[in-house]
Design a protein around this ligand. Structure first.
Ligand code: HSE
Length: 300
């Protein structure tokens, strides 16, 4: 008996909410095929779509490592499991690529064990996978990948995850410029100390964004999507970031910013046609400066 699970890409931070906000999209996403076997231990039998970049060693691969944590937790550490991982999105893209694989694996194993845990209870196991992938167990990709929609990590210790509402008519336009930005490096480059006046600006925007989601107020969502703490530093890694922003805004974006740790950028829009027009404009611009890109449009 084998099971196939899809888990979606996610946009973490949502501009102002570094490590505390994220949302899931419908596509792209990763796929895990899992089956129980007689012989004990986890093995990864196949990985596709990773250009040979991901480890097959079950201790180093984030999918198997977090599945092992799960098995230890339920008291069945020696369970035999075979995993196939099919990556359907680029690695190091800022789309929660490691998170999607890990979440698909955990969802699969939990299903094979008759849903012993809820999706919410799977979050800490998925965070272990993130820790392995980038050195820190941030939850702003894995929580929305597991729970869907917009999610707020109100607190990490103790973990307190809140599902947020959002306007029905909300679309995401995502463009991935094909330059590599490892999350680990993109985290290390951020200043660890901030000025109080900057913190005031930032938490005003976070509260504004959350209010906008509750009030279904696109304008408020858009004007809250500014980030003075992280974006100024990380934007350096993204080709023509500010030009991309102005193109997106001119084309009708509600708001625009870096997806997760980049280099992907995203815009929120009120309709699908605008989202498509934005991806087209941004891709055209990137092409003009010699950078290949991929794009995705999704309802949120
Ligand atoms: N919050 C994380 C970061 C998301 O910005 O580093 C990484 O996808």
């Amino acid at each position: 008996e084998s099971i196939k699970v899809f888990a979606p890409a996610t946009v973490a931070n949502v501009v102002c909410g570094y490590d505390v906000l994220g949302f899931a999209v419908n596509q792209p996403g990763d796929e895990v095929i899992m089956k129980l076997t007689e012989s004990p231990g986890i093995s990864i039998t196949k990985i596709t779509g990773d250009e040979g970049r991901l480890p097959l060693d079950p201790k180093k691969n984030t999918v198997s490592a977090s599945v092992q944590h799960y098995l230890n937790h339920i008291g069945k550490p020696d369970t035999g499991i075979e995993i196939e991982l099919h990556k359907k999105m680029p690695i190091g893209s800022g789309l929660g690529s490691s998170s999607a694989s890990t979440v698909a694996g955990l969802f699969a194993v939990n299903t094979l064990f008759d849903n012993l845990l809820t999706n919410r209870e799977l979050v800490p196991f998925a965070m272990k996978g993130e820790e392995l992938a980038c050195g820190y167990g941030h939850a702003d990709n894995v929580a929305p990948a597991l729970l869907g929609g917009f999610v707020l990590i109100r607190s990490y210790q103790p973990l307190d995850i809140i599902n947020l509402p959002h306007p029905d008519d909300l679309y995401a336009a995502i463009v991935y410029p094909e330059v590599d930005v490892p999350t680990k490096d993109a985290r290390q480059m951020i200043r660890s100390k901030v000025f109080l006046k900057d913190a005031v600006t930032q938490w005003g925007n976070v509260a504004g964004l959350v209010s906008g989601l509750f009030l279904k107020d696109h304008e408020l969502i858009g004007r809250s999507m500014t980030d003075i703490l992280v974006e100024p530093t990380r934007s350096i890694l993204i080709p023509d970031f500010y030009k991309l922003r102005s193109l997106a805004m001119k084309t009708g974006a509600t708001g625009f910013g870096i997806s997760g740790s980049g280099p992907s950028v995203f815009a929120l829009t009120k309709d699908e046609a605008t989202a498509r027009a934005i991806t087209q404009k941004l891709q055209q611009h990137l092409k003009g400066i010699g950078i290949n890109s991929l794009s995705f449009v999704s309802e949120v």
